[in-house]
Design a protein around this ligand. Structure first.
Ligand SMILES: Cc1cc2nc3c(=O)[nH]c(=O)nc-3n(C[C@H](O)[C@H](O)[C@H](O)COP(=O)(O)OP(=O)(O)OC[C@H]3O[C@@H](n4cnc5c(N)ncnc54)[C@H](O)[C@@H]3O)c2cc1C
Ligand SMILES: NC(=O)c1ccc[n+]([C@@H]2O[C@H](COP(=O)([O-])OP(=O)(O)OC[C@H]3O[C@@H](n4cnc5c(N)ncnc54)[C@H](OP(=O)(O)O)[C@@H]3O)[C@@H](O)[C@H]2O)c1
Length: 495
């Protein structure tokens, strides 16, 4: 589940590294963002990896279940249990390191868990209110990832005319070694239109660089609202900003970016340096690599869903996906995030891959790898998306692999082709006997894509297969799946 390794001290790019001063400054900011919002060379953000049982670290569990599992544990673990358990990195930490940073007073904002939303923020704030936080000076060092400036070679549309989605096949020139299952961490700048509008609203052109590359202006968070509230001259604006900072359900403007806040609260103008410091750092985004080094030496492919939406009459661009799709005209800092998500060591072991939507990415890498290595193991892919005519990502390659026998089985689920929604887990249920036979033959089972809905339902479908085909009761099916995961035969890369 955890696609990243524990993180600690913020690395600093040495003066001798082959980067210009601007690139070095950019990369140092990038690492500070990645390593937890701490300033460069400051305190650590995570304890060393522990062989500690953390049963709440499962995104399929509800908040109450997770909190119950952490009951009686130290506060940093109870805080961790309130996170969404996706290790998605959107807060700038992992679930464990964000909880530790909060518990140790190194992080002030309790509203950074994007998938957990307000429910998580509320639970965190309640726990933090129990007692004052105590600082922990332990310092642990960790090797810096190898970052390079990489060029985007193309960003071709995979979805066809008429699709509700814009999914891109991105190719990036890259020299670092990687393996199928790894992800690429990409540091992209903010949307230039938003940067310009914020700079104009503040009348502060000197902040252009900070807003473009260093600070998260799309999700300013509760610390920014709290700062604005303290400086609002209009009492009504101050009250509305406090409600936002407190995460009140009805607080407006909901889902505000910095421009929304500046426009809605014209009397709230803190000193510029304080405003910049109150904004979260801009964090890099992770993308599952969709190519094998056997096919693409010197390059990686990604499969990126473009996040663009309209809110309050303004187009809101997802930072990295829109940059990669529309604006990647200069080299970007990237590094390989090595993963636990791996093909079996034995090339003859059968694999079952469930990857609807952009979840196909690592499985294209797996299939390329196995096809080019002429690996003897059997492969079964479950793929799906909205419509077969427009959303069959990597259609030609997948059908060629089927034709060539690389894919022994291909199960497709189109959710909007017919009257009824067909999802990958429905195909699993239809093929339950065969699925069970593959698992009995030692198959490894992989899931990639949407964590909150799809991965939960696929998990339930797998337990159902064990119950129906294996004659287990619910508890036995649950522990069978846990033992499969322990043996690395059930791996998830979900976000
Ligand atoms: C291990 C891992 C692997 C991944 N692999 C892939 C992959 O292969 N392909 C893929 O497409 N993605 C993948 N992701 C997801 C990816 O990392 C990004 O999260 C995704 O692309 C969105 O990033 P973004 O910068 O484009 O959008 P963001 O800027 O992060 O915005 C995300 C969404 O939130 C909305 N938003 C922005 N600001 C606000 C606000 N203030 N309030 C409410 N909503 C707001 C945006 O409109 C957008 O829809 C992966 C994630 C992980 C953790
Ligand atoms: N958590 C959410 O609410 C949510 C919603 C959308 C996207 N996302 C994010 O979007 C990204 C992936 O998007 P994507 O466009 O590549 O793929 P996606 O949104 O996961 O869609 C791929 C396919 O999965 C289907 N699907 C929807 N719910 C499902 C479920 N419970 N079980 C199985 N399949 C289901 C979709 O059907 P339909 O679309 O027809 O239902 C579609 O056919 C991820 O970052 C994910 O986290 C999250």
């Amino acid at each position: 589940m955890n696609a990243m390794s524990p993180i600690a001290v913020v690395p600093v790019i040495p003066e001798s590294a082959p980067f210009s001063p601007e690139q070095r400054a950019w990369l140092n900011g990038f690492f500070a963002g990645l390593y937890g919002g701490a300033e460069v060379n400051s305190t650590p953000v995570a304890a060393p990896a522990e062989a500690e049982d953390m049963p709440w670290h499962d995104p399929a569990l509800e908040l109450e279940e997770r909190l119950a599992l952490a009951e009686g544990k130290p506060r940093k673990r109870r805080l961790m249990a309130a996170m969404a358990q996706l290790d998605c990195g959107q807060c700038g930490y992992l679930c464990q390191s964000y909880a530790e940073a909060l518990a140790e007073g190194r992080e002030a904002s309790a509203s950074l868990c994007v998938p957990g939303g307000r429910t998580t923020a509320r639970a965190l704030k309640a726990m933090l209110a129990e007692a004052p936080v105590v600082a922990n000076p332990t310092v642990v060092s960790t090797p810096a990832p190898t970052t390079e400036m990489a060029s985007v070679l193309f960003a071709e549309k995979l979805t066809r005319e008429g699709s509700a989605k814009d999914v891109r096949h991105i190719r990036i020139a890259l020299t670092q070694p990687y393996q199928p299952g790894d992800s690429l961490s990409v540091a992209a700048p903010n949307d230039p239109a938003l940067v310009q509008a914020v700079v104009t609203a503040l009348g502060a052109p000197e902040l252009h660089e900070a807003f473009a590359h260093e600070r998260d202006i799309a999700r300013p968070g509760d610390t920014t609202s709290a700062l604005l509230a303290r400086h609002a001259k209009d009492p009504a604006e101050a009250a509305a900003l406090r409600a936002l900072a407190d995460g009140d359900d009805n607080a407006e403007p909901a889902d505000a970016d910095l421009l929304d806040l500046l426009l809605a609260f014209p009397s709230a103008r803190p000193p510029l340096a304080d405003l910049v410091a109150a904004l979260p750092r801009l964090k890099p985004r992770l993308y599952s690599i969709a190519s094998s080094p056997r096919a693409m030496p010197g390059h990686v492919d990604l499969c990126v869903g473009v996040a663009r939406a309209e809110r309050r009459g303004r187009v809101r661009d997802g930072v990295a996906s829109c940059h990669l799709a529309y604006r990647a005209d200069a080299a970007l800092p990237v590094f390989i995030q090595h993963s636990h998500f791996r093909l079996p060591d034995n090339a003859g072991t059968p694999v079952i891959m469930v990857g609807p939507g952009t979840g196909i990415a690592p499985f294209r890498a797996f299939l390329q790898h196995r096809a080019l290595g002429e690996d003897p193991g059997r492969n079964w892919l479950f793929f799906g998306d909205q419509r077969s005519g427009t959303d069959f990502l990597f259609r030609e390659e997948i059908l060629e692999w089927q034709e060539a026998g690389v894919l022994e089985r291909l199960s497709l689920a189109w959710s909007r082709d017919g009257v009824e929604k067909i999802y990958v887990q429905h195909r699993m249920a239809e093929e339950a006997a065969e699925l069970w036979a593959w698992l009995q033959a030692g198959a490894h089972f992989y899931v990639c894509g949407d964590a909150l809905r799809m991965a939960r339902d696929v998990d339930a479908a797998l337990r159902e297969v064990a119950m129906i085909q294996g004659g287990m009761d619910a508890a036995a099916a649950k522990s069978w799946l846990a033992s499969l995961a322990k043996a690395n035969r059930y791996q998830r890369d979900v976000y």
